[in-house]
Ligand binder design. Structure first.
Ligand code: AMP
Ligand code: MG
Length: 345
């Protein structure tokens, strides 16, 4: 009999590896929830009970925000709030309030009442549709954040126009990331990566450095080496980009960020916008809004938005002409990993 020496060497290595894995703390965990893959790494403080608690909270958030789940808050809003006020949970009300503040501050660039347009384009499905002018003309009057009435007293929502409905896809993941961060803080976890489908929160400090390295995608090669490597302390980094969700028809690309004014996917100089902030919900809402506004209008609005939310956030614009621009007084160290890109000042 011929003995395969290579195999004999592999067996002890493999079994000691398995032994090591079974003795070590639980591996980082990922699950499909909130319509995306959510990845959590609690490093050396990771315990199964903490991972369980985090994913239970994410499932709970999903059950309130999922517009498809019958009797979820969002389902109730979208089916009944155009007829009478609908009471919702604290979670959904909090997100709606922040969404409304962002709408007001951005002149309606961010508008959760885009739902009828989102449904019409159906970009997230296997059968997307290129909306016609006539279809858009019919639906655009329903896109109107000023007709979303929020009653703080009884946490209810009323939609003033018949047929209005809401989509929280542009902000809910940020809210969820902040909630996971709260659980990390409660258990005094020393460091964690919270990645909810690209909505990132780096929490705590690494063993030998205060800084984390976070990549921002190259819009031309989103599955490849990131375009930018940014060194940040504990903070959330959120990006809205044309490459995230799109479809192609007759050699034209249609992406998922819609103009509340003409109902079409926004066409401007941008490929993506990233916001770096201690609030992931704010970062999430603002990236979507800033994408709609474009670079110049956003730059002009940043001071008043910072003032309103009493927080310093930073912005990175990535443009189609291969330019990267940072907001004023950008505090983080940045490395661009491709040669043919330039930084505008
Ligand atoms: P994000 O990837 O965070 O920029 O969010 C994009 C998602 O937000 C889309 O898939 C829609 O569900 C929703 N959305 C699209 N356009 C807008 C808009 N102008 N304001 C608010 N939400 C939007
Ligand atoms: Mg967003």
């Amino acid at each position: 009999m011929k003995i395969n020496l290579k195999k004999l060497v592999y067996i002890p290595i493999l079994s000691s590896l398995l032994f090591f894995i079974s003795c070590a703390q639980p591996a980082p965990r990922f699950e499909r929830v909130l319509g995306t893959v959510c990845f959590i790494n609690l490093y050396e403080d990771g315990k199964n009970e903490y991972y369980d608690e985090i994913f239970a909270r994410l499932q709970e958030i999903d059950s309130k925000f999922n517009y498809k789940t019958e009797s979820s808050d969002l389902y109730n809003i979208n089916h009944f709030a155009d007829q009478y006020p609908v009471s919702v949970s604290e979670d959904v009300f909090t997100v709606l309030q922040t969404a409304q503040e962002i709408s007001l501050l951005t002149g309606g660039a961010f508008d959760v009442s885009v739902e009828p347009l989102v449904k019409l384009w159906n970009i997230n499905s296997s059968s997307p549709h290129v909306a016609t002018k006539e279809e858009l003309t019919l639906l655009l009057p329903l896109v109107d954040y000023k007709s979303v009435l929020l009653n703080k007293e009884n946490k209810s929502v009323r939609l003033l126009k018949k047929g209005m409905s809401l989509d929280l896809g542009g902000i809910a993941k940020g809210f969820a990331a902040d909630e996971v961060k709260k659980i990390c803080a409660k258990h005094k976890i020393s460091r964690a990566i919270i990645d909810l489908g690209g909505n990132i929160y780096v929490y705590g400090e690494k063993k030998n450095s205060k800084y984390w390295s976070v990549g921002i995608k190259n819009p031309e090669y989103p599955d490849d080496v990131p375009l930018i490597k940014i060194s940040v302390p504990q903070v959330s980094v959120v990006t809205s980009g044309v490459y995230e969700r799109f479809f192609e028809k007759n050699e034209k690309y249609y992406h998922h960020i819609l103009s509340p004014w003409d109902g079409n996917p926004v066409e401007n100089e941008l490929s993506s916008v990233s916001v770096i902030s201690s609030s992931s919900m704010l970062a999430d809402g603002l990236t979507t809004a800033f994408f709609v506004l474009g670079k110049e209008k956003t730059m002009a609005l940043i001071p008043s938005i910072r003032e309103h939310f009493k927080t310093d956030f930073s912005v990175i614009f990535i443009e189609k002409d291969k330019t990267v621009t940072y907001s004023d007084n950008f505090p983080y160290k940045v490395e661009i990993l491709y040669k043919d890109w330039k930084i505008s000042s």
